[in-house]
Design a protein around this ligand. Structure first.
Ligand SMILES: [Zn+2]
Length: 196
């Protein structure tokens, strides 16, 4: 049988854990098996087998039972995706974003609190995987979380403003103007255009 080329250390690890579904696997035999397979395929010793295992844990593929023992459980993996990020995933996301808010670039150095945000929100089916995570400062995290509400509000006040204008209701027009100017001042929902 001809061996398929281009198998990464990660592919081999996934293959191994899938062959031992729902079993607690100690790292020693896993590393030995994977490294032996790799050596047969490429005639060299792989690097970073350990890091690849840790990474599979970070992305939520493997469950860490305890130090050096991992388990693959497809059902738990599915549930895992609905849960929050693990501390390891959070650290990996912060690192990926260089420990800075991806919108304003501020960091802890400036005394800013950083949050890990689901790019696609969990309630819309967004998964707790590193690819769906981003670093936001407390302010931008808040703006993002309330975006839907503020969007609805801005559209509502634009409609109310138009109505007040058509009825020549100066007080209502003034009220809407002040609110919409506040949106502009804080640069919130600037994609929704308000024409005076
Ligand atoms: Zn920010």
């Amino acid at each position: 049988m001809k061996k398929k080329k281009n198998k990464s250390i990660r592919d081999l690890l996934i293959e191994y854990f899938k062959a031992h579904t729902k079993k607690d696997m100690s790292h020693g035999p896993v590393v030995d098996w994977v490294e032996a397979r790799y050596k047969r395929l490429y005639n060299k010793k792989p690097r970073d087998t350990w890091r690849s295992i840790r990474n599979l844990h970070e992305i939520g593929f493997l469950i860490k039972v305890k130090k050096g023992i991992y388990r693959y459980d497809p059902e738990a993996t599915k549930e895992r995706e609905l849960e929050d990020f693990t501390p390891e995933q959070k650290e990996a996301i912060l690192k990926k974003d260089d420990y800075k808010c991806v919108i304003c670039g501020r960091s802890k150095k400036e005394g800013i609190e950083l949050h890990i945000d689901h790019i696609k929100p969990k309630y819309l089916g967004g998964k707790s995987i590193i690819e769906n995570g981003q670093t936001l400062c407390a302010q931008h995290n808040f703006i993002k979380k309330t975006l839907k509400q503020t969007e609805t509000g801005k559209k509502m006040f634009i409609r109310l403003y138009e109505l007040a204008k058509s009825e020549d209701n100066k007080e209502l027009k003034n009220f809407c103007t002040q609110i919409l100017e506040t949106y502009e001042r804080h640069n919130i929902n600037s994609h929704i255009v308000w024409k005076r």
